[in-house]
Design a protein around this ligand. Sequence first.
Ligand code: FAD
Length: 455
Amino acid sequence: MKNNSPWIHQLNKERVIEHLKKDIESDVAVVGGGIAGISTAFFILRDTLKSVTLLEGGRLGHGATGHNAGQVTNYFERSFHELVEEFGLEKASAGQRSIELAWELMGQMYTEANLDIPFSRFTGFAGFSTFEQIIAVLKNNVLRSRGGLDVRPLLIANNIESKDSIPAEYEGFYVLVPQTEILDKLETTNADFIALAESQKGVVNSALFTERVAEYLLKKYPDRFFLYEQTHINKVVLHKEYAMLDAETHTVKAWKVVLCTNGFDRIKIFDASGLEIDTRFHHSIHGVVGRMSGYLEDMAKPPMAISYYMGVQASFDDMDDPYFYLTRRAYEYNDNKHNLTCLGGPQQMIPDRAEYHPEFDYPEEIEKTTDAFLHKLYNIDPTKNVEYLFTWHGLMGYTPNGVRLVGEEPKNPVLLYNLGCNGVGILPSIFGGDRIAKLIKGEKLTASIFDPQDR
Ligand SMILES: Cc1cc2nc3c(=O)[nH]c(=O)nc-3n(C[C@H](O)[C@H](O)[C@H](O)COP(=O)(O)OP(=O)(O)OC[C@H]3O[C@@H](n4cnc5c(N)ncnc54)[C@H](O)[C@@H]3O)c2cc1C
């Protein structure tokens, strides 16, 4: 089965692509044309007078941005209490708040670029099936509350025996409800689910978002925004005041370079003396392949996002015990409106990111596993055969602590990063774009959990 993403399917196939045909200079060079690159370009152009050149090795939105689940969500794939352990309560809370504020930034991009593509916002659900998961969520919520973050009470089924073992310190952070309320919200009859968390969610085609914002920027800033696709940057050489980018047959000279490349596997960075910059830090971004499948139905249900946490898993980033997640949205296909339901299947860590190729087929056994999950958990006719019109996969670049890298390279501020896509990266990419624009504007920012560290 081919790597066939519903997001790429909706892109404009007639769009004319320009590649770099001469040596150029630009105030800022942004490398990578996914949602991080376009958001970075958007905020720099809007909030400064700098010229921006966006360089993409392939086509806009064809990386992780075109192969994700398209769920807009503001959680980290790391328990909040782990972030607090690593960074302290104040910094972890500020980091979480920044990602939550990115909803507003995304709204600004949508409105200012005059977009009319579907972007739905609603309350989404996460279902939990073990007492350990309940305690982990409550522990996070207590810390969130201490950090001044918004906390919604966890719904816990009033028929479970273990409810009497919930420590008193968590009182006020949960409510007991009939289990049917939980199962109805999770759209399941599977009685394993005993608790439910609610949070703000959304769905969008982030590749289409990227393409449309690029079209807007080209029109709005014809003298300051330049876009070159199929222009791979092999190497960046950093000097004290500027950088030279080697784009195969041509060069780009820029005062600042922002890497929005999702990782470092296809680019080399040197300082002027010829030394490669901090390879240990760069190689710490490891690859995870995520697989998705999607099917169409009549358009009868509202948009939704649900995660189902099974087994003993007590944190979001436990690869050995994957969770299953589902989004549903309005989707136009062959000029008709449908519901597109997308399912997140098992993820796979790969030791060397270079081993991943977008052209790889989607493994049939993964579709079977995902389909089994669907029939076990989701309210559909158990005898119904689901036809997956779309099956796709994408590569995520995971940072060691699950937090996106946003900021200046500690060894040379000519270079900045907005990368490390992780499994949740739409809002973090947008937040990153805004933060990079502030840095380029010269604003003094307080230290954050996103700052690249000299390792
Ligand atoms: C299966 C899957 C499911 C996901 N689900 C979600 C989700 O539901 N919600 C969510 O928020 N996030 C999700 N994510 C993560 C999200 O998609 C990413 O965080 C986000 O798209 C990252 O965007 P990006 O711009 O950083 O990276 P990308 O979209 O990968 O863009 C990087 C671009 O850089 C280009 N590039 C790289 N090197 C060079 C070079 N040397 N020269 C020129 N160009 C270069 C690449 O061609 C690519 O287009 C998912 C990801 C995957 C793979």
